[in-house]
Design a protein around this ligand. Structure first.
Ligand SMILES: Cc1cc2nc3c(=O)[nH]c(=O)nc-3n(C[C@H](O)[C@H](O)[C@H](O)COP(=O)(O)OP(=O)(O)OC[C@H]3O[C@@H](n4cnc5c(N)ncnc54)[C@H](O)[C@@H]3O)c2cc1C
Length: 378
């Protein structure tokens, strides 16, 4: 049982409780604290570390590729996609400003979207759209051509000889995910924001003293009162807000042993974004394969499956031509839906949410956190 003192000090009444110590939750907390320095703000995190996608992702500092645009135009209109791309671009700038390039080990490496010979038809269809994509997007990027086709010869130099063509996005890059989350947690704590690790929000109800939040902390369940609640738990959102159009999507990742003289320089994605890989500390981080078992991967349970692990190992050995051992594998949970725009809103008095970042939350997270803070203070 928690003592009287522990309950009073660590679970006393709050002005704002935020659920989730990921990119969105911590950025929202930081922005709220800037706007209301006297406010008591508590972040609840069910993991003992940030346990969501923010500390388990691949560290692509990306905001869009021609292949993704081509696919998304089937379900979104142009103004929606322009807005989304630009928000991601601004979000990346905000992440870099908030934490500093050195603290996130930002590298302006550019990125590649890759195609294999059997995808030639798809590549040609996208290539035909490239002038119109670049023309439409140029005003957002100071007149720059955002997407540049790359010839097969250039790919060979990067050890990508099994691909036949690529598009380069010169404005994209890569970060060190662990460093990013470590500095974000430090920044939040230094700003006076309390993070209660190992505390899970189960549900809540309205009460005369404000919102009464029901928490699990270790073996105990206890109540905590707060005037406002902001839910930033992304792919775990359906557990608390089942009516939102949001589903969990697990992503599995492998990391190789060190590779001497690794030629790979930048983040790459292939197969319409279902496969992605990048260099990190002389190794390759490779993830994806969710399309092989979409139903099975619609889960918020962490874990690895043979079908996807085998696919990733085969891709590493036979497509990337790296006959190297795998040192580690892990998974993380995305929040996805039919539309790529994140969900930001209010469900009832005092209860708000900022969720559904899809596969580009590194780009969107800081900005969505900022917007969520503004929603609470408006
Ligand atoms: C394997 C993988 C690779 C990715 N690669 C990239 C990439 O390269 N580039 C990119 O831009 N994006 C990438 N993403 C997506 C990106 O990481 C996410 O969109 C982003 O981190 C989401 O941030 P968030 O703060 O919304 O959620 P999260 O980081 O998931 O944070 C939510 C937090 O809420 C906590 N939580 C959940 N329920 C509760 C509860 N009831 N009570 C208390 N705490 C709770 C969770 O433990 C978690 O820490 C990737 C994701 C994955 C899984």
């Amino acid at each position: 049982m928690l003592s009287f003192w522990e309950k009073e000090q660590f679970f006393g009444p709050q002005d704002v409780v935020i659920v989730g110590a990921g990119l969105v939750g911590l950025n929202a907390a930081l922005n709220l604290k800037q706007q209301q320095p006297q406010a008591k703000i508590l972040v609840l995190e069910k993991g003992l570390l940030p346990a969501g996608a923010s500390s388990r992702n691949a560290g692509f500092a990306c905001f869009g590729s021609p292949g993704e645009l081509y696919e998304d135009l089937k379900t979104h209109n142009w103004p929606e996609l322009e807005e989304l791309l630009y928000q991601r671009y601004l979000g990346l700038r905000l992440l870099r400003e908030t934490l500093g390039d050195q603290n996130i080990a930002y590298q302006a490496s550019a990125s590649l979207e890759l195609f294999r010979t059997e995808e030639e038809e798809q590549y040609q269809a996208i290539l035909a759209q490239l002038p119109s994509f670049n023309k439409r997007l140029a005003p957002l990027f100071e007149g720059q051509k955002l997407f540049v086709p790359l010839a097969k010869d250039a790919l060979k130099k990067e050890g990508l000889q099994n691909f036949s063509a690529a598009f380069k996005n010169p404005l994209e890059g890569q970060i060190d995910t662990g460093k990013m989350m470590q500095s974000l947690v430090q920044k939040a704590e230094m700003a006076g924001i309390s993070i209660r690790w190992g505390a899970e929000l189960l549900d809540w109800e309205q009460s005369p003293k404000g919102l009464c939040l029901n928490l699990r902390f270790g073996p105990e369940q206890l109540a905590l009162y707060s005037q406002q609640l902001l839910i930033c738990n992304n792919g775990f959102g359906p557990r608390l807000l089942p009516k939102l159009v949001l589903k969990p999507a697990r992503n599995q990742v492998i990391l190789t042993n060190p590779i001497p003289n690794l030629a790979l320089k930048r983040p790459c994605h292939a197969q319409a974004g279902y496969v992605y890989f990048r260099p990190i500390a002389g190794r390759i981080l490779l993830g994806g394969g969710r399309h092989l078992d979409l139903a099975g991967e619609t889960t918020d349970e962490l874990g690895q499956t043979a079908i996807i692990q085998d696919f990733l190992a085969d891709y590493l050995h036979n497509v990337l031509d790296q006959k190297v051992g795998i040192s580690q594998s892990w998974s993380g949970i995305l929040g996805v839906g039919p539309q790529k725009k994140p969900l930001l809103g209010q469900t009832e008095e005092g209860v708000y949410y900022a969720l559904r970042l899809g596969g580009m939350g590194v780009a969107l997270g800081s900005l969505l956190g900022q917007k969520a803070a503004s929603l609470l203070t408006d």
